[in-house]
Design a protein around this ligand. Structure first.
Ligand code: UD1
Length: 416
């Protein structure tokens, strides 16, 4: 699968943002803690979501999609998460917390995922160990025994998103147990998972702050839930407007989740109007470079937006230095952008970008999810025909990406 783009057109129109991939995936994992029916409303079928559901079905849950809603019910019949999908989908690791919470034992393979650097799970395991989970390792498998699980106070060595979510889930069904998680990740998706767990009768407090307290309960009940909208997709469409020029209205969003990006876009010269649930961006001239961009944990500038803002810098006036502090290999898109005429120099975790007035079309290949989306934006801005290959990376986390861009006036086709 690839995209054929005939770039160089300005973009105008409206795009409605779907629920966030990074909110849906842990929520799907959390349904393992409840045997009753859980309805996750208005689900975009990102490839990662489809794969997460496939794992859930293989474990024995009933999974259906009806009128855009994901309906998950029943109990799992196996606690061995060792199927092929777990090697490609890192989020399968979220099932460790939920399975141990409800079933007290599990077997896992080491998870795979986007190729953006080493992705260890030591913080997940250390947190679960503090709750009394025992691990043994053999033949690339992780054997987990949570028969002696109990509440405890845990301080994470780094505010890992996944580890915070896993520990929240593992402690949810420790009846009468009180778990205090310090130095938590504070991403909006963490708050969303806590809200989902609480909608099933859980007692998770403090999500969104540095300390989360989980009061364990005996059992959870079914629920209906709609996950928050995707802040990274939102940023992607805003950047499309900033890069290709035009006027874009992005709806069904919470601007509070995107403040660092909004400040950067304003400093680049874009005109931005904020509303309670929409953002309008207007830009009709070449953007100015942002001198220094540093990714960081929430509420800092999201690492998931780094490849996308990098593309904005490639066509901006001036020089920009981007410092990636979260993942070590998030500059893999640079060699592809170089084929389009971008001037980027990498030194360890720093990228120095000297803006050029125009990118040129090329045949490029997606290195990962966000890098792939960045290449599409670069292709849309370059006058002429760009081919973007291996777009399954993009479809892991964008739904109807080409259709949404066509609705904004882009000339983009998805072909086999
Ligand atoms: C989640 C997001 C991902 C985002 C990232 C950071 C999902 C499905 N994915 O990934 O899109 O880019 O947050 O905002 O929600 N680390 C360790 N040991 C661990 C865990 C993490 O060293 O046990 C390191 C990682 O290698 C990385 C950093 O901590 O360098 C951040 O990872 P983490 O916050 O855990 O990200 P994910 O949950 O994997």
């Amino acid at each position: 699968m690839k995209y054929i783009i005939n770039g160089g057109k300005k973009l105008f129109g409206k795009v409605k943002i779907d629920s966030a991939k990074n909110a849906i995936l842990p929520v799907i994992a959390a349904t393992i803690m409840c045997d009753e029916e859980c309805v996750i409303k208005d689900i975009p079928l990102y490839l990662d979501v489809v794969e997460m559901c496939a794992i859930l079905e293989k474990l024995g849950k009933k999974v259906e999609v009806k009128e855009n809603n994901l309906i998950i019910s029943g109990a799992i019949s196996s606690t061995s998460v060792i199927m092929a999908e777990t090697k490609t989908l890192r989020s399968s690791i979220f099932m460790m917390g939920s399975i141990l919470s409800n079933y007290r034992k599990a077997i896992f393979t080491y998870p795979g995922g986007c190729d953006i650097g080493k992705r260890p799970i030591d913080i997940h395991l250390a947190g679960l160990k503090s709750l009394g989970v025992k691990f043994s390792f053999a033949n690339d498998l992780i054997y987990c025994d949570a028969n002696k699980i109990s509440g405890n106070t845990i301080e994470l060595s780094f505010p890992s998103v996944g580890a915070t979510e896993n520990i929240m889930m593992a402690s949810t069904l420790i009846e009468n147990g009180i778990t205090v998680i310090k130095n938590c990740a504070r991403e909006p998706e963490i708050v969303d998972l806590a809200n989902f767990i609480n909608s099933m009768g859980g007692k998770v407090f403090g999500a969104g702050y540095e300390t989360i307290v989980v009061f364990g309960v005996k059992k959870l009940h079914g629920t209906e839930y709609r996950c928050i909208s995707d802040r990274i997709s939102t940023g992607t469409y805003l950047l499309a407007g900033a890069i290709c020029l035009g006027r874009i209205e992005v709806c069904n969003v919470n601007p509070n989740f995107l403040l660092p990006l909004i400040v950067f876009l304003r400093n680049s010269g874009c005109n931005i109007e904020l509303f309670s649930d929409k953002i309008i961006l207007e830009n009709f001239s070449r953007p100015k470079s942002i001198e220094k961009i540093e990714t960081g944990i929430y509420p800092g500038f999201p690492t998931d937006m780094q490849s996308l803002i990098l593309v904005l810098q490639t066509i901006s006036k001036g020089t920009s230095i981007i410092h990636e502090t979260v993942f070590e290999s998030r500059f893999r898109v640079v060699s592809e952008l170089a084929k389009m005429g971008a001037k980027i120099n990498i030194s360890e975790r720093y990228a120095t970008v000297v803006g050029v007035s125009k990118l040129k079309p090329a045949i490029v290949t997606c290195p990962d999810l966000r890098g792939g989306a960045g290449l599409v934006l670069a292709g849309l801005s370059a006058k002429g025909k760009t081919e973007v290959g291996e777009i399954f990376h993009i479809e892991r986390g964008y739904y109807k990406f080409d259709e949404n861009l066509r609705n904004l006036g882009a000339n983009i086709e998805r072909i086999k």
